[in-house]
Design a protein around this ligand. Structure first.
Ligand SMILES: NC(=O)c1ccc[n+]([C@@H]2O[C@H](COP(=O)([O-])OP(=O)(O)OC[C@H]3O[C@@H](n4cnc5c(N)ncnc54)[C@H](OP(=O)(O)O)[C@@H]3O)[C@@H](O)[C@H]2O)c1
Length: 311
């Protein structure tokens, strides 16, 4: 089978297409899936460039990719709840016990997958696992966002932000978001109530007394976000560790989120997506052979929503 592998850390030249990779056997607790589409995330190019090597040990060549949507091909012993031919989505990354999603076939840990949302195509579903679970874990589980509350979702045109806007609206919240000018209409269509152009407007001078901030950007955006919160408010960041000084001084809570994609969260996410007709915007699809290009596009071209690879 074909797979996109990295032979070392570096930029796009370290990615090679292996035309003759072996199809893995599903051992106990694992499944083999025919990949119909694989989603690209910023973590994929960060892994490629070695930013995560302290946390994630790789043996080269290593197949890239986490998120996928596909068809159940073989089921390892001890796995229940799935049948051959089921449409499933989830994660198959090497670090979560899989064989890598950027391939024609992928081994996945059965705890990292669920049945795919029925209303989404495979390409749309492949774009959902990491960003959808990130939004779900932050808004539903950590912030416990309630109807009538106000939330600022940064990066509203990005993978996580575009799902977070829709989820916050579903929970009945008033949603402000930061995007660049070109993405204002997109954020409006997703349901944002207040849209701030982060390149020309200072969000921290426009809105205040918010219950929550969901930060997918970090650095100055994170630090300035504390000004937006009311006393007792909460900020969840995908990138920054909590600043205890600011928390104490302002009487707010700050949480760093490490997203954990698991079967339970994926199943709840799929149920909500189907019920509410949620939109996963696929900005561009690349063939698997162009995995290197797809990672560079994700890194440099500011996609609206998601980038997907189709084997
Ligand atoms: N901790 C974890 O477990 C975890 C899990 C998943 C993701 N992450 C991280 O979370 C971040 C977001 O992920 P993603 O998949 O949503 O990435 P993404 O699809 O690349 O989206 C990022 C968005 O942020 C916007 N942006 C950039 N600078 C901004 C600013 N100053 N103010 C407001 N918006 C700004 C971008 O808009 P433009 O295109 O206009 O620049 C883009 O739409 C990434 O760094 C990723 O690595 C962490």
């Amino acid at each position: 089978m074909k797979s996109a592998q990295m032979k070392n850390y570096g930029s796009s030249e370290v990615i090679e297409i292996n035309q003759d990779d072996s199809v893995p056997d599903p051992s106990a607790g694992k499944v083999l899936v025919k990949v119909k589409a694989a989603g690209v995330n910023p973590i994929d190019w960060k892994i490629r460039e070695g930013y995560m090597k302290q946390m994630i040990q790789l043996h080269f060549p290593s197949t890239l990719g986490m998120d996928f949507s596909g068809i159940m091909e073989e089921i390892g012993s001890g796995v229940t709840g799935f049948s051959q031919g089921d449409e499933v989505y989830g994660q198959a990354s090497v670090v979560s016990g899989g064989s890598g999603a950027f391939a024609e076939m992928a081994l996945a840990n059965a705890d990292s997958i669920a049945h795919k949302p029925k209303t989404l195509s495979h390409q749309e579903a492949a774009g959902l696992p990491l960003v959808g679970v990130s939004a779900w874990q932050a808004l539903v589980e950590t912030i416990q966002l309630k109807s009538g509350q106000k939330i600022l979702n940064h990066g509203g045109a990005g993978g996580i932000g575009s799902i977070a806007i829709q989820l916050a609206r579903h929970l009945g919240a008033y949603v402000a978001t930061t995007v660049s000018a070109d993405d204002k209409q997109f954020a409006k269509e997703l349901g944002a109530d207040e849209i701030i152009d982060y390149k020309t407007q200072a969000f921290d001078e426009i809105i205040h007394d918010y219950d929550a901030v969901f930060d997918t950007v970090g650095r100055d955006t994170y630090r300035k976000s504390f000004k937006v919160l009311k006393k007792g408010g909460i900020i969840v960041s995908m990138l920054e560790q909590p600043d205890q000084g600011l928390m104490d001084r302002l009487g707010v809570k700050a949480v760093y989120q490490f997203t954990q994609v698991n079967k339970g969260r994926l199943a709840k996410l799929a149920e909500w997506v189907d019920k509410d007709n949620i939109r996963v915007n696929v900005d561009r699809t690349f063939p698997l052979d162009e995995a290197a290009k797809a990672l560079d596009y994700q890194k440099d071209q500011h996609p609206r929503g998601k980038i997907v690879l189709a084997p």
